[in-house]
Design a binder for this molecule. Structure first.
Ligand SMILES: NC(=O)c1ccc[n+]([C@@H]2O[C@H](COP(=O)([O-])OP(=O)(O)OC[C@H]3O[C@@H](n4cnc5c(N)ncnc54)[C@H](O)[C@@H]3O)[C@@H](O)[C@H]2O)c1
Length: 266
């Protein structure tokens, strides 16, 4: 359990892609603070309703679940309207949902490019555009974009992912400047390797190409880029989100903050 930030009790946090990995861990960290939680991600309505009920029972908070497809701006608007109708506001927005596809640029499938740009970048524009006026009215808001170390540096075979993540860093900077006088902070977290399903396929590929066990391949993937020879736990990103929501972080805005085991220090 993290330190209790009393000011966050009763605030409403919407975390995109919170049915898995970093988003789910972040939802737990914020729920522990007494935040009401909008859960979102690709699972069936029944599974999502069950997940939301678990949160309600465990943390005594209000919850709402949506499986809106972030590739469709109309779905995003509909989902966010419904969330506000159910929970009253959105005070903390965590743009976290993301996908990956690795291939060289010459062979990169156009539909993968379009999906990655839509989910990892454009969806954050739509959600931010939707929440900023109400946050400005309240003179309080926290927007945290889960970018990546790939928002700061490139890697081969990740053309769409790196373009989207560099884009979200730019989006973060502009919105932070526009919102600086409105009590809204806007930051990007740039993690290195985090132990979630998102990177499973990359590990599988190394394991089969090099005839390694899953764990050997995982170690090789991490140490190929990151001096710290271990993956972060999803919850560590959630704790960083929490810090950015707290009073001590009031002056941090417009930042792209690496949490990358010295990857970008090289
Ligand atoms: N895992 C890592 O090593 C790592 C490192 C740096 C940054 N990140 C970023 O962190 C974020 C979360 O990644 P994760 O590793 O937890 O991944 P994950 O695969 O565990 O979770 C991704 C979430 O996004 C949702 N999602 C995917 N496509 C969607 C769509 N079309 N519409 C709606 N929701 C959709 C999924 O349902 C899921 O909830 C991503 O933006 C990712 O780029 C991950």
């Amino acid at each position: 359990m993290s330190t209790l930030h009393t000011g966050l009790k009763g605030k409403v946090a919407l975390i995109t892609g919170s049915t898995s990995g970093i988003g789910l861990a972040t939802a737990h960290v914020l729920a522990e603070q007494g935040c009401h939680i909008v859960l979102h991600g690709l699972m069936t309505q029944d599974e999502g309703t069950a997940l939301a009920a678990e949160f309600t029972t465990q943390y005594q908070i209000n919850t709402y679940f949506s499986n809106a497809d972030l590739r469709d701006p109309a779905c995003i608007h509909e989902f966010m309207d419904a969330a506000v109708e159910q929970l009253g506001s959105i005070d903390i927005l965590v743009n976290n949902a993301g996908i990956q596809h690795t291939q060289d640029v010459a062979n990169f499938p156009i539909e993968k490019w379009n999906d990655i740009i839509a989910i990892n970048l454009s969806s954050a524009f739509h959600t931010i555009q939707k929440v900023v006026p109400a946050m400005a009215n309240k003179q309080w808001g926290r927007i945290i974009n889960i970018a990546s170390v790939h928002g700061l540096v490139g890697s081969a075979n990740k053309v769409a992912y790196c373009a989207a993540k560099h884009g979200i860093v730019g989006l973060t900077k502009v919105v932070s400047i526009e919102c600086a006088e409105q009590g809204i902070t806007v930051n990007a977290i740039c993690p290195g390797w985090v132990d979630t399903p998102l990177i499973g396929k990359q590990i599988d590929n190394i394991a089969s190409d090099k005839n390694l066990s899953y764990n050997e391949a995982k170690y090789q993937l991490v140490t190929s880029k990151q001096p710290l020879p271990e993956m972060l736990a999803p919850r560590q990103i959630g704790e960083f989100v929490l810090f950015l929501c707290g009073g001590a972080a009031k002056g941090i805005t417009g930042a792209a903050l690496p949490m990358d085991g010295a990857w970008t220090a090289q």
